[in-house]
Design a protein around this ligand. Structure first.
Ligand code: ATP
Ligand code: MG
Length: 660
C-alpha cells in the first residue's frame, strides 16, 4: 500500500454561513456550542449518550450499563427496558400532541390522509393485535413489502410494538429479490398490499409476493396480511392470506407496548447493493431510538412547528430512521408522499411543498440532478417560501448541484444539510447543524457530536490535511449495526478487519474515500471500490464527476476505470446531457479539456461515452461496478437485483447515441 491512499485533485472554496435568525432560534446555535458538545462527547462518549438517553427517551426500566464494547461487538444501555413505539406514540398521547398530525400522507393519484398521533396509535395497536392473531410473536421476523402508504409505517410500528423484527423490502424490488431477503431473514409473515401506484402505473405487489412464496420457496412464511390500495385483482390463498380491511374493524384498539431489552432486535434491512450482494444489516432497539431521535432533532433543527418531509421510501434506511422512527420519536409532523416526479407531473414535489407548507425538505442528489435537468420553471411556479432547511443524502452531491439547490429551491435562505451516513450507521454521521455549521458545497462538513470520524491510510495512520484516505469511525455509536444477519464473519471482514486493529483501537471501515480539509471538514470522494488507478495516481470518482457536471452541457456523469496496458487504468466517463445540449465528437473533446482545466491532465478521461441514462439502484445511486464491466467490454457480473431499470444497461451496451 502506498502512503497516499486516494489523491484529492479538486478544491472547492465557497462557504455559506448559517442565517442569523435561524441560528438564534436553533437547538444548536453556534460553532462554539457545537464544539462544546463535540468535546464533551469525545471526552466521555458513554456519559454523553447516557445523559441524552435519560432526557430524551422514556424507559420502562433504566439500564445497568451504558456501553459494553467487546470489539467489534457493542451493546448499548444493557439491562434497560423500553419500546420504541412507546417513545414514538404513547408518550405523545398524554400531551397536546395527541391531536397533532403525525403523518400527512399524499397518494400519487392525489388522495390524502392525515393521521394524528392518537389515530396512528390506534391503527398501530390494531395491526399489532392482528399480527398476534396471525401467530407472530416476540422475536419473529416479518417481511414488509409495501407501497408508500401510511400502512407501511403502521406495519413497521406494529411489529416493533409486539417485539417482532421487521425486514422491509422496497416495493419496487422483484419477486426474486423479495424471496432472497425473506429466506435470509426466515420471515414468519409478510405484510403487503394488493398494489401501489408508481409513475402512473400500478405495481402488483401481491402478485410478486405470490411469486416469491410459490413452490414453498420460503417455508418459514405462514401468513400474509394484505392491505387494499389499488383495488387490483389478486388471488388470496386460503388459510394463508388475510385482508387488512376485513380484520381491522374488529381488532382491539389497545395493545400495550411489549417491554423490550435495549439490545433486542428491532429490524433487519438489506443494503441497497451498489457494490455487491446485499447484506442484512442488524439494528437493535435503544441505541437506534436514541441516535435517530437526536440526529434528526439537531441536524434538522426539528421543532414542533415544522412540517418535515423526507422524500425517501420506507424501503431504505432513510425511510426507517427519518420518515418513521426519528420524526415520531420527536413528536414531529412528517409528510409522506407516495409519488415520485414523473412525466405526467414532473413538478409534484413542489406542489406538495406548497400545499402543506413544508418547512424542512430532505431528498437525494439523484433527484436534485433530475430537477436541474427539468428546468427552473417548475419550482419557480410554486410558492416555496415555507422552506427553511434543505437536506441531501445518498451520494456525494456535486458542488454545482448544491449551488442550484441552494439558489433555486432554497432561494439562498435555507442552509443545506448534507448528511453522510449508511444503512450500517443507522443515522447521520457527518452533517452540518444548520444553526451552527458554515457549509461548503459538496462537503458533509463535520462529525455529529459523539462520532469519532477520521481519514486514515490502510495502516490506520491519519491522513494529513487535504490528503485522501479511508473514512473510518473510531468509537462505537448507539445506532451502529450490531452484525450482518446470520453472517458474523462477513460483519467482521467487511467492517472491522479491512484496517487491522492496533493497540486496542478498532476502525469501523465505511468503504468510502474521503479527505479532511484544514478546517476539519470532511469531503467524501466516492466509494473505495470505485477508485481509479491512473499511472499510479489513485483517483476518487467524485471529483472527476463533479468537474464534468460543472460543464453546462452535462447533467450527470459517472467515471470508471478500464484496464490499460500503459497507465494501469484509463478513465472512461459516462455522461448524460442537459436538455438543450447535443452529443457530438466536438463536445467529447471539449469535455475532456474541461476536466483538464478543472483538475489537471492526470484526470483527463480517455473516453467519453454519452448515455441517455446511467444505471442506478432503485434508491437512485449510480452503480459504477456495472459501468466498469461495460467499459472493459466484460460481461455484467455480480448481483443486479437492485438495479432500477435493466433497459438502461441494454441501451448502454448498444453504444452511445453519438457513435450510433
Ligand atoms: P451496498 O453497501 O450494498 O453497496 P449502499 O452503500 O449504496 O449499498 P446505503 O447504505 O444506502 O447502501 O448507502 C450508503 C452509502 O451512500 C455511503 O457509504 C456513501 O457511499 C453514500 N452516501 C450516502 N450519503 C452520502 C453523502 N451525504 N455524501 C456522500 N456519499 C453519501
Ligand atoms: Mg454500503
Amino acid at each position: 500500500m502506498t502512503d497516499i491512499t486516494i489523491e484529492s485533485v479538486l478544491q472547492e472554496n465557497r462557504t455559506f454561513a448559517p442565517p442569523t435568525a435561524l441560528a438564534q432560534a436553533a437547538h444548536v446555535s453556534s460553532m462554539a456550542q457545537y464544539e462544546e458538545l463535540y468535546e464533551k462527547a469525545k471526552a466521555d462518549p458513554a456519559g454523553f449518550w447516557a445523559e441524552l438517553a435519560e432526557q430524551e427517551l422514556d424507559w420502562f426500566k433504566p439500564w445497568d450499563k451504558v456501553l459494553d464494547w467487546q470489539p467489534p461487538f457493542a451493546k448499548w444501555f444493557e439491562g434497560g427496558k423500553l419500546n420504541i413505539t412507546y417513545n414514538c406514540l404513547d408518550r405523545h398521547l398524554t400531551t397536546w400532541r395527541k391531536n397533532k398530525a403525525a403523518f400527512i400522507w399524499e397518494g400519487e393519484p392525489g388522495d390524502s390522509v392525515t393521521l394524528t398521533y392518537a389515530q396512528l396509535h390506534r391503527q398501530v395497536c390494531k395491526m399489532a393485535n392482528v399480527l398476534k392473531d396471525m401467530g407472530v410473536s416476540k422475536g419473529d421476523r416479518v417481511g414488509i413489502y409495501m407501497p408508500m402508504i401510511p400502512e407501511a409505517a403502521i406495519a413497521m410500528l406494529a411489529c416493533a410494538r409486539i417485539g417482532a423484527a421487521h425486514s422491509v423490502v422496497f416495493g419496487g424490488f422483484s419477486a426474486e429479490a423479495l424471496r432472497d431477503r425473506l429466506v435470509d431473514a426466515k420471515a414468519k409473515a409478510v405484510i403487503t398490499a394488493d398494489g401501489g401506484f408508481r409513475k402512473d402505473k400500478v405495481v402488483h405487489l401481491k402478485d410478486a409476493v405470490d411469486q416469491a412464496l410459490a413452490d414453498n420457496a420460503v417455508p418459514s412464511v405462514q401468513k400474509v396480511l394484505v392491505v387494499q390500495r389499488t383495488k387490483s385483482e389478486v388471488t388470496m390463498a386460503a388459510g394463508r392470506d388475510i385482508w387488512w380491511h376485513e380484520v381491522e374493524p374488529d381488532a382491539a384498539a389497545d395493545c400495550p407496548a411489549e417491554p423490550m431489552d435495549s439490545e433486542d432486535l428491532l429490524f433487519i434491512l438489506y443494503t441497497s447493493g451498489s457494490t455487491g450482494k446485499p447484506k442484512g444489516v442488524v439494528h437493535t432497539t435503544a441505541g437506534y431510538n436514541l441516535y435517530t431521535h437526536m440526529t434528526l432533532k439537531w441536524a434538522f433543527d426539528l421543532k414542533d412547528t415544522d412540517v418535515y418531509w423526507c422524500t425517501a421510501d420506507v424501503g431504505w434506511i432513510t425511510g426507517h430512521s427519518y420518515i418513521v422512527y426519528g420524526p415520531l420519536s420527536n413528536g414531529a409532523t412528517a409528510v409522506m408522499y407516495e409519488g415520485v416526479p414523473r412525466p405526467s407531473n414532473p413538478g409534484c414535489f413542489w406542489d406538495v411543498v406548497e400545499k402543506y407548507g413544508v418547512t424542512i425538505f430532505y431528498t437525494a442528489p439523484t433527484a436534485i440532478r433530475a430537477f436541474i435537468k427539468m428546468g427552473n420553471d417548475l419550482p419557480n411556479a410554486r410558492d416555496l417560501s415555507s422552506l427553511r432547511i434543505l437536506g441531501t443524502v445518498g451520494e456525494p452531491i456535486n458542488p454545482e448541484a448544491w449551488i442550484w439547490y441552494h439558489k433555486v429551491i432554497g432561494k439562498e435562505r435555507c442552509p443545506i444539510v448534507d448528511t453522510w451516513w449508511q444503512t450500517e450507521t443507522g443515522g447521520f454521521m457527518l452533517t452540518p447543524l444548520p444553526g451552527a455549521t458554515p457549509t461548503k458545497p459538496g462537503s458533509a462538513t463535520k462529525p455529529f457530536p459523539g462520532i469519532l470520524a477520521d481519514v486514515v491510510d490502510m495502516n490506520g495512520k491519519p491522513a494529513g490535511d487535504d490528503e485522501g484516505g479511508y473514512l473510518v469511525i473510531k468509537h462505537p455509536w448507539p445506532s451502529m449495526l450490531r452484525t450482518v444477519y446470520g453472517d458474523e464473519d462477513r460483519f467482521r471482514k467487511t467492517y472491522w478487519e479491512q484496517i487491522e486493529p492496533k493497540d486496542g483501537q478498532y476502525f469501523y471501515f465505511a468503504g468510502d474515500g474521503a479527505r479532511r480539509d484544514k478546517d476539519g471538514y470532511f469531503w467524501i470522494m466516492g466509494r473505495v471500490d470505485d477508485v481509479i488507478n491512473v499511472s499510479g495516481h489513485r483517483l476518487g470518482t467524485m471529483e472527476i464527476e463533479s468537474a464534468l457536471v460543472s460543464h453546462p452541457a452535462v447533467a450527470e456523469s459517472a467515471v470508471v476505470g478500464r484496464p490499460d496496458d500503459l497507465k494501469g487504468e484509463d478513465i472512461v466517463a459516462f455522461v448524460t446531457l442537459e436538455g438543450g445540449a447535443t452529443a457530438s465528437e466536438d463536445l467529447k473533446a471539449e469535455l475532456k479539456q474541461h476536466v483538464v482545466n478543472e483538475i489537471g491532465a492526470i484526470a483527463r478521461p480517455g473516453e467519453i461515452r454519452f448515455a441517455e441514462a446511467l444505471p442506478k439502484t432503485r434508491s437512485g445511486k449510480i452503480m459504477r461496478r456495472l459501468l466498469r464491466n461495460l467499459a472493459s467490454g466484460a460481461e455484467i457480473a455480480g448481483d443486479t437485483s437492485t438495479l432500477e431499470d435493466r433497459t438502461v444497461l441494454d441501451k448502454l451496451r448498444q453504444g452511445d447515441p453519438e457513435s450510433a
